[in-house]
Design a protein around this ligand. Structure first.
Ligand code: KG4
Ligand code: ZN
Length: 342
């Protein structure tokens, strides 16, 4: 029966510094290969030129591996989904061009995907360790490039109701880590050191920002001045207090995020709350979200680690839903560095 035939999606993600390919059978992930580019570590941040070059090197082997691990044949593919944006133009162009060529070569539909929508819809990947939120829900997307509160009414109907006015929360983590002399990306390292620290040892001010918007650039400056002040008296200050500093920074960031989420729940009356994006791998924010279930009566949703940071499986789940609704892209589609959710 044709309606029971499984849909196989090849998904490609290349928006920043991870080259990833995944194969989904309907909403199930058969493979999800991620090649992380270590080259940026020595520069203390992503170098766009090097990122696109590394994508060029990685994309063919990563796609081959995803197909091999899924144990399917290219001929079985129903469609190719790819990240159109937002992201670094040079990086996006690699995935976009590859997806277009392969769709033409295999004569199967092409499906463009918004990366930020994918971070949200990652919650709909069929995984026994995850349950999917019910519409409408609130999604807090926290990554290296974005910080948004999104009201999600349906797979294809979303509205940004709050966002950062300057740095993204991932940048706040990474820039703070840099001030502490930790390598890029520093977010996971702050998380690691914070585990044994006292989150109330040092106080950093919570910025006052209107409505549901965020600001993180002031926090970075406060941390810089705090470190400069203290290392003047004691050059060993960071080493002696690293765990407490990391715990205090992390606690401040979580407090900023949770205050806005509480405001968003109050404003919308929606108590289904999901997080997504690289920073949702942070153990502190995961705990705060889990605690909010009992504390505030919310129903909260936290993705599996492998679907938090950039990955192609999340692109594939959007591809699957678009395929079912026959929302396809034309061959003249181009990458879009700035691509707002709508
Ligand atoms: O979503 P993502 O992989 O890439 C973007 O689309 O930006 O997010 C990357 C960001 C980086 O800033 C990284 O430091 C942060 O996510 N991140 C974390 C953790 N794991 C990744 N931040 C805090 N704690 C973590 N455990
Ligand atoms: Zn991302």
């Amino acid at each position: 029966m044709p309606e029971h035939k499984p849909i196989y999606i090849l998904a490609i993600e290349s928006s920043c510094d991870d080259t990833s390919a995944a194969i989904l059978m309907n909403d199930k992930v058969l493979s999800n290969v991620v090649a992380t580019q270590a080259i940026h570590e020595e520069y203390g941040g992503v170098v766009p030129e090097l990122a696109s070059r590394a994508h060029q090197q990685n994309i063919v082997p990563v796609v081959d591996q995803a197909i091999a691990r899924a144990n399917i044949d290219k001929k079985q593919l129903s469609a190719i989904a790819f990240t159109r944006g937002p992201g670094l133009m040079g990086s996006l162009l690699v995935g976009t061009s590859f997806a277009k060529s392969l769709s033409l070569g295999l004569d199967i539909p092409l499906i463009e995907v918004n990366h930020m929508k994918a971070h949200i819809l990652a919650h709909f990947i069929a995984d026994e360790k995850m349950t999917s939120p019910k519409f409408p829900f609130l999604a807090l997307t926290i990554s290296g490039g974005h910080t948004q509160v999104v009201q999600v009414n349906d797979y294809f109907e979303m509205k940004i109701i709050g966002q950062t006015l300057d740095d993204a929360v991932g940048e706040a983590f990474d820039k703070s880590a840099k001030i502490l002399g930790l390598p890029y990306p520093g977010g996971p390292l702050i998380d690691k050191h914070a585990a044994n620290g006292n989150p109330h040892k040092f106080e950093f001010p919570i910025p006052k920002v209107k409505d549901l918007d965020f600001s993180f650039s002031g926090l970075k400056t406060n941390i810089l001045y705090f470190i400069q002040r203290n290392t003047k008296d004691n050059p060993n200050f960071i080493n002696e207090n690293l765990e407490d500093i990391c715990a205090s920074i992390q606690d401040t960031i979580i407090e900023i995020l949770m205050r806005k989420l509480k405001k968003a729940v109050k404003q919308t009356g929606i108590k289904e709350v999901a997080i997504g994006g690289g920073v949702s791998a942070n153990s502190g924010i995961r705990k705060a979200l889990t605690d909010a279930q009992e504390k505030y009566g919310w129903k909260t949703y936290i993705p599996q680690f492998q679907y938090c940071t950039d990955n192609a499986a999340m692109i594939g789940i959007v591809g699957y839903h678009k395929f079912k609704n026959e929302i396809f892209s034309k061959q003249d589609i181009t990458a879009q560095a700035r691509y707002v959710i709508s």
